[in-house]
Design a protein around this ligand. Structure first.
Ligand SMILES: [Zn+2]
Length: 466
């Protein structure tokens, strides 16, 4: 149930902000996506193929990396009749994406308006960007996906989520940084979004979140999956539940069946998994039928593929129910295209049939690749293993790769491969992070030229020796 403020925000304040002040077509696109979600698979496929052709023509004409790739592989984009024809192109591996930023940038616009970076799941920062128009598609997809969980802008929401890295005591924030922070706080306040840092999850921190839930009666909660599960277990353990059903939208980490069970017991049956990444934001979300995650096919081609030789020479689509690698083509990013980008995550391909909810949008049965090892601080409180991913994404200019290892005695070795831009400020940010989140744990920082790669070719970012 949305109250009067929620209705005012959704109908008046939010449209005024998005469409009027920020001049973003987000809401028009949301209305479009709310209609297209009910279209047949054939109609969706036809639209996606049209968008894909537009992207490929643009890439051929204006993006040096793809012009070369199409020439080298004899790829004829005029022969593209369906999104499945993408299979004729090789995968864009993450390290290649990292090393081809300039060559993958369009020489004829649109300009890269939004610059971001991510540490992803293999510990190597990736710098990327996209145009403003793509940002509004991302926001619209997020709003649609969250709406399946009952979320509406302006509702009282509690976000038990990762925080930005702490500012080292030595660094004074600039006026610009302080203004940005203030702007975000006002924005959160208007939207009635309350953020609580899920970095450390000892009893005291979890009890503070429970107290906040009792005080604010949030209409929806958004959690890192593992953080939400820890919170749910604390609610059950302490018999704290005094509320009815609070929908919980989970993201950023894998949601195990046992976690879902705990969340359902603590907050009711409305538990929704989502899958996204910094590169493209929300890719897929669970609907009210709770039978897998629907992919936003209007803006993304998401494939699940299997490398039959284990090397990548021969790649095929995973069968329904089969585990494979996630491969993304972003139909809205023309500034710095991602075409068949293997993001390092693993997922199980969903069933072909139309979902019980009536939507023909394709489904992922589950997402397996965001397993984050959980660290512990000096008192034994659980600390999110994604912590360093978040911090190092902010330090992408200074850090090339990293790995965090927690030894049996709880001490931690943080291995970092620095870039030439690594400096005292970067080191101070790392230090401030472990002092804040890993109190009582000795941390040894190692600067290395390279990190070892395991036999499988994957590097574990967080290793917990138990
Ligand atoms: Zn559905």
């Amino acid at each position: 149930m949305t109250d009067a403020y929620g209705r005012l925000f959704e109908r008046v304040l939010f449209p005024a902000w998005e469409s009027g002040l920020r001049r973003r077509p987000t809401l028009r696109r949301l209305r479009y996506l709310e209609q297209t979600q009910w279209r047949s698979r054939d109609e969706l496929e036809a639209t996606a193929t049209g968008e894909l052709r537009r992207l490929l023509v643009h890439a051929q004409n204006n993006v040096p990396y793809y012009r070369q790739l199409f020439a080298d592989t004899g790829f004829d984009l005029r022969a593209v009749r369906a999104t499945a024809d993408l299979a004729r192109l090789p995968l864009l591996e993450r390290h290649v994406a990292r090393d081809t930023v300039k060559q993958r940038t369009s020489t004829a616009g649109p300009p890269v308006d939004v610059h971001k970076s991510t540490s992803g799941t293999i510990g190597t920062p990736l710098v990327f960007g996209y145009e403003r128009s793509s940002e509004s598609w991302r926001q619209a997809c997020k709003l649609r996906g969250f709406a399946w969980a009952g979320y509406r802008p302006g509702q009282r929401s509690l976000h038990f989520w990762g925080a930005a890295p702490p500012t080292p005591a030595s660094a004074k924030p600039s006026l610009r940084e302080r203004l940005t922070k203030l702007k975000i706080e006002i924005d959160h306040g208007l939207r009635r979004e309350h953020y609580m840092d899920c970095g450390v999850r000892g009893a005291a921190q979890l009890d503070a979140v429970i107290a906040r839930i009792k005080r604010d009666s949030p209409e929806v909660m958004l959690c890192y999956s593992q953080a939400g599960a820890d919170l749910a277990r604390r609610v059950i353990e302490t018999g704290a539940r005094t509320w009815g059903t609070i929908p919980v939208i989970c993201g950023a980490e894998r949601l195990y069946p046992s976690d879902r069970k705990a969340l359902e017991e603590a907050f009711g049956p409305a538990v929704f998994e989502t899958y996204g990444s910094r590169e493209v934001m929300l890719m897929a979300s669970e609907c009210e039928a709770h039978a897998g995650l629907h992919v936003s096919m209007e803006t993304l081609v998401v494939e699940v593929v299997v490398r039959d030789d284990g090397q990548g020479g021969s790649v095929r689509a995973a069968r329904p129910g089969e585990l494979g690698e996630v491969v993304i083509t972003d139909l809205t990013n023309h500034a710095m295209p991602f075409i068949r980008y293997a993001n390092g995550d693993m997922a199980v391909a969903g069933p072909e049939a139309v979902c019980a909810c009536g939507r023909a949008l394709p489904r992922l049965a589950s997402v397996e690749g965001r397993v984050t090892e959980t660290l512990v601080d000096g008192s034994g409180a659980r600390v999110n293993g994604l912590l360093f991913n978040v911090v190092i994404a902010h330090l992408a200019h200074a850090i090339r790769q990293f790995q965090v290892v927690q030894h049996k005695d709880r001490s931690i070795t943080l291995r970092v491969v620095p870039t030439p831009s690594y400096d005292a400020t970067a080191e101070a940010t790392l230090r401030a992070t472990w002092q804040k989140y890993l109190a009582g744990v000795p941390v040894k920082l190692e600067l290395l030229d390279a990190l070892p790669i395991s036999a499988t070719g994957k590097r574990q970012v967080v290793v917990v020796e138990r």
